[in-house]
Design a protein around this ligand. Structure first.
Ligand SMILES: Nc1ncnc2c1ncn2[C@@H]1O[C@H](COP(=O)(O)OP(=O)(O)OP(=O)(O)O)[C@@H](O)[C@H]1O
Ligand SMILES: [Mg+2]
Length: 251
């Protein structure tokens, strides 16, 4: 049975499958090594060798990469066992965070294959022509300070996105715009969200400045930083600014 309906397409024999270049710098393999020495979750990177063609065929229920997926699942388990559970799982590009407990939140090792499949499917469907799922990361799970849970039991954390360019911070915003929150688990979520959306800590800004300095000769990037319950700020994610969601909070 097909997982979802895709109109049948005749792929020409000489068709070249390749991802757009924009994904190279947004991939964790590009930006993560440049953050060495800064507070980041412990991270194991896995390169699967999954090709664009294999991924596109997988989306059409033609799984010609089963060996690679099985090896990936084994590698994820090895790294997550090493880090301890829960662990955080994502590709080089995305975590499919809105499906939280079915995707990036590795509570234990019981459903790794299912969570991998959900993330690959999300990667195939998102962003017009999909996102590469060739690179994966198993990460230390940070005990983030959060105000409530939403979506699929995802903690809505004290988190900010900075835009950086030429060594400067060009824009800052709370990570969560209120109108994107779905299925909050509390009635007073708007109040709680407003409270965690106040950037009242210089440490977050200093961290963003440090990252801006390291990327001063690069293109514009977005940087996500979040606070743990121990009061420490961590850098969790980066992406090319041009393709990062930007919004202007109401004053
Ligand atoms: N190591 C971690 N431990 C705990 N929670 C995390 C961790 N990394 C990320 N998160 C939470 O999960 C969310 C999504 O993670 P991440 O930014 O890696 O995924 P993404 O799909 O690239 O998101 P975005 O849409 O912002 O680019 C973060 O906003 C953060 O709240
Ligand atoms: Mg991201």
């Amino acid at each position: 049975m097909k997982k979802f309906e895709i109109p049948e397409i005749k792929i020409p024999d000489d068709f070249v499958f390749e991802w757009p270049e924009k994904h190279i710098k947004t991939c964790i393999t590009y930006w993560f090594p440049k953050l060495e020495g800064l507070p980041v979750p412990k991270t194991h990177i896995i390169k699967t060798g999954i090709t664009p063609e294999e991924q596109i065929r997988y989306a059409d229920c033609d799984n010609i990469m089963e060996d690679k997926i099985q090896k990936l699942v084994t590698d994820i388990k090895t790294h997550a066992d090493d880090l301890g559970y829960p662990a955080f799982l994502r590709t080089g590009q995305t975590s499919a965070k809105h499906e939280w407990k079915d995707t990036c939140f590795l509570k234990d090792d019981q459903r790794i294959r299912y969570q991998v499949d959900r993330i690959i499917l999300f990667s195939c469907l998102v962003d017009m022509i999909g996102l590469p799922a060739d690179v994966w990361a198993v990460r230390e799970f940070l005990p983030l300070e959060y105000a409530f849970k939403a979506f699929d039991e995802m903690p809505i954390a004290r988190e900010f996105r900075f835009f950086i360019e030429g060594g400067r911070i060009t824009h800052e915003q709370p990570y969560w715009p209120p109108d994107t929150i779905k299925d909050p688990d509390t009635d007073d979520w708007e109040y709680k969200l407003a409270e965690i959306s106040l950037l009242d800590d210089k440490d977050a800004l200093s961290l963003a400045y440090e990252v801006a300095d390291r990327f001063k000769d690069d293109e514009g990037f977005s940087v996500d930083v979040c606070k743990t319950i121990n009061g420490e700020w961590y850098i969790t994610d980066m992406a090319l600014a041009e393709y990062s969601y930007k919004w202007e909070p109401e004053k």
